[in-house]
Design a protein. Structure first.
Length: 419
């Protein structure tokens, strides 16, 4: 009986220790230095602002290409990079921001945003609550912008991450600054931060098949409607190289009649809403991103027989002259997503079966396979496996992408140029 009681007491004490509720010395062994084990990624987590998670990174060599890849997340949760139209790295390059459902529950499935150190791979939760979308990193400083109900706020990531490292995190409001308030009637979808960082652009549904596009000025706090369009506005992105301009798409979750639109706002307030690449009946345009101040990179999909009546692959279009440049195509349905290094030297294109290629912009035939195996069963875009959505670091050295190699979705990173 006495032995059973002692066993139960020890077991209860250990459970308390692993739950992080108290430090313990058990049978003369001090487990304080191992208390980080209670924060491993496979345990259920609570929505706790500023909490940290131990590194879960894993480095391996691609069996086909021999290239080194770092899996930044490997947990059983659904971890995903942000969409490739927006910045992924903090301005100083020390953190990558991603989203995860690691603190979600059956009752509340809200994803949160996390910062992962590019040096230690330690993960920090940087948002809380039930507001998930409309998040944009600053181009110039370690800040993030997001809507909190009808208020646009900035988040001081420097102070938040520093306080988290010292386990001295304050309330979320301590790191927030209210920039402006928009009318309660507007429900922002998408956010583009102007290159000057003194205004944002966003869309809001007005009625069935009617959307408004707005500009919010940081200095005046004035929300101004720029356009009304008779379709669902998606993938709104500001030109990171050029002020007073942004791009959006006619969103259909499939093939739009006319996908890409480019907007410029003149100093006198005049708004120009321009079609980018006027589509033919057998064109399927997708995944547009900026490739310099006056260039937009996009795909002409080739995964259906009817689409191959025209040339398919990765193209770019000059926003001022409408000149179109072909950048290459691959087999088995063609490329899917694309992005370019800031110097314009390389384009990174992926395929439906999870291969990632590096394309030389001066020679479309020069296509180097960097890595493969990231969509193991897919041969089309319409599956539950991860969309790679590759993004390139501001210094042009790294590519970040989603992968289903380890779990349903993780974020991986690799150097673009390796020996």
């Amino acid at each position: 009986m006495k032995t059973n009681i002692i066993y139960r007491l020890v077991l209860i004490t250990m459970l308390w220790c692993f739950a992080g509720l108290s430090a313990q010395t058990i049978n003369g062994i001090n487990y304080d230095t191992l208390n980080h084990v209670s924060k491993t990624f496979d345990l259920a987590g609570a929505d706790s602002f500023g909490q940290t998670f131990a590194s879960e990174s894993f480095t391996y060599k691609d069996k086909v290409t021999g290239k080194t890849i770092i899996a930044l997340t490997t947990s059983k949760h659904h971890n995903s990079k942000m969409y490739q139209t927006h910045p992924q790295w903090t301005a100083d390059g020390k953190y990558i921001i991603f989203t995860s459902n690691r603190t979600a529950t059956k009752e509340d499935k809200t994803r949160q945003y996390y910062a992962i150190s590019t040096k230690t791979h330690k993960i920090t939760q940087i948002t809380t609550g039930n507001s998930y979308r409309d998040f944009h990193l600053s181009w110039k400083s370690n800040q993030a912008y997001r809507f909190k109900k009808n208020k646009l706020i900035s988040i001081d990531l420097d102070n938040l991450l520093e306080d988290s490292s010292m386990e001295a995190v304050k309330s979320p409001e301590a790191y927030e600054k209210i920039i402006a308030t928009i009318p309660d009637t507007l429900k922002p979808t998408g956010m583009g931060l102007d290159a000057t960082e003194n205004k944002i652009y966003f869309a809001s549904k007005l009625a069935d098949k009617l959307y408004g596009i707005y500009q919010l000025d940081f200095k005046t706090g004035v929300t101004k409607q720029l356009l009304e369009v008779p379709f669902w506005v998606g993938h709104l992105q500001a030109n990171p190289y050029k002020a007073n301009s942004f791009m959006y798409c006619w969103e259909t979750r499939g093939d739009a009649p006319q996908r890409m639109w480019y907007v410029t706002v003149q100093p006198d307030g005049k708004v120009t809403n321009k079609i980018l690449y006027r589509e033919r009946a057998d064109d399927w345009v997708t995944h547009e991103v900026f490739m310099g101040a006056n260039q937009v990179l996009f795909h002409l999909m080739g995964h259906l027989d009817r689409l191959n009546a025209n040339k398919t692959g990765i193209f770019s279009i000059n926003t001022e002259t409408d000149k179109i440049t072909f950048h290459g195509q691959t087999t088995d349905g063609g490329y899917w997503h694309c992005n370019a290094t800031p110097d314009g030297k390389y384009i990174l294109g992926d395929t439906f079966d999870g291969k990632l290629y590096r394309i030389n912009t001066k020679n479309p035939e020069e296509q180097l396979l960097l890595t493969q195996g990231h969509r193991k069963t897919s041969v089309s875009p319409f599956s539950s496996e991860a969309h790679m959505h590759q993004s390139i670091s501001p210094d042009g050295k790294w590519v970040l992408f989603n992968s289903s190699r380890f779990t349903a979705c993780d974020i991986l990173v690799m150097e673009i140029e390796q020996n």
